[in-house]
Design a protein around this ligand. Sequence first.
Ligand SMILES: [Mg+2]
Length: 198
Amino acid sequence: MLRKIKVLFLDRDGTINHDIGTYVTSRQQFRLIDRAAEAVRVAKAAGFEIVIVTNQAGIAKGIVTPEAIDDVHEYMRDLFCLDNASFDRVYYCPSHPDYPHPLYDRFSDCRKPGTGMVERAIAEYRACGCEVDLGHSFFIGDKTIDVECALRAGLRPVLVRTGHGEESLCREKNLLPEYVADDLYDAVAGYILSQQLT
Ligand SMILES: [Mg+2]
């Protein structure tokens, strides 16, 4: 018997940390958006598993290494820890259709708006005896591809205005999020928690 869990899927750049207009290749370039760690702590306290899914095609392009990405994620874990927050899993997609790479082409289905990373997380939870309750699971991101990924995967999309959020709003004609939040904290505290009561 699988145990049902609810998951908060999070985009990284522009949602958790400031989008710097290029790939984050080092700890020095990684800065949390205000109250992002607090948002994660609050979501975790409300019973959500926290799963980060991020496109990192800088790997296929040769701009950043997987080791550097892992180090940035260790740093993110440390920063969260300072606010008593933590995440459960992080997945990154190294591939890009315009930059064929013998090591990464097999990951081509992971690139958002593809749902490969979300599906992998769901499969890994299932292997641990947990079934992701899609109807009570959310995906928060700053781009249209995040909203599209969420809808394709059957998750509930929330768009944040941080990062590319404002410009994504204009593109979203047929890809509407459930809620548009000022930032990650507003998405969690101002919307998702209120949905838990209904
Ligand atoms: Mg983003």
